[in-house]
Design a protein around this ligand. Structure first.
Ligand SMILES: [Zn+2]
Length: 193
């Protein structure tokens, strides 16, 4: 999947989680940082790609990308497994605890959940592509849905750009309109709008 589709998928997963499990309280700062963490989580596993959006804006982009590629075992390896995701979640938690003193009004637990939702959505989305995902590393089997490879999506192909990506946006709009009243009430109550 492309970075754009992963961003949309991470946002969709976050909206679904927020509708089904609305937080007991929420500050505007938490909402914004959580959204950012969710989007970062959504593309994090692809730092193993030399062309990943993560590296694209750095001056030593090519070198850094390739070095990480070697270190992580190539594309769709460690970063696309439960072990890799657990390691990223642990790192994210550690980073949030470290940053907490300068983010007083931010609920780092909610921000961490948003990151976890983003990174989990990445693996789920990559599972429906032809390459599959080695969920259970070190067991070197790539899993895909549906199991028949021919029925899965090719990354960057028209099915992704013209169907999956727009469908995710339509789903977001539909979810928000369906739950508009509850969302409005929640914003009024917690964010004072
Ligand atoms: Zn990926």
């Amino acid at each position: 999947m492309t970075g754009r589709t992963h961003d949309a998928a991470a946002l969709t997963a976050l909206i679904i989680a927020a509708i089904w499990y609305p937080p007991a309280s929420l500050t505007l700062a938490t909402a914004l940082v959580a959204l950012l963490a969710n989007q970062i989580g959504g593309i994090t596993p692809d730092i193993d790609q030399p062309t990943a959006p993560f590296w694209r804006n750095l001056p030593a982009e090519k070198f850094l990308g390739q070095a990480t590629d070697k270190l992580l075992g190539g594309h769709r390896f460690l970063t696309h497994s439960i072990i890799g995701v657990a390691a990223f979640c642990w790192l994210a938690h550690w980073l949030l605890v470290f940053l907490q003193p300068i983010m007083h009004s931010v609920d780092i637990t909610l921000v961490w959940y948003a990151f976890v939702i983003g990174i989990a959505s990445h693996l789920v989305m990559d599972t429906i592509t032809k390459e599959g995902v080695p969920w259970l590393l070190p067991i070197p089997i790539k899993f895909g849905l549906p199991p028949l490879k021919a029925l899965r999506i090719t990354t960057g192909h028209f099915v992704e750009t013209l169907i999956i990506f727009p469908a995710l946006l339509v789903l977001d709009v539909w979810l928000i309109t369906q739950h508009y009243h509850a969302i409005h009430q929640f914003i009024r109550l917690h964010l004072g709008a």
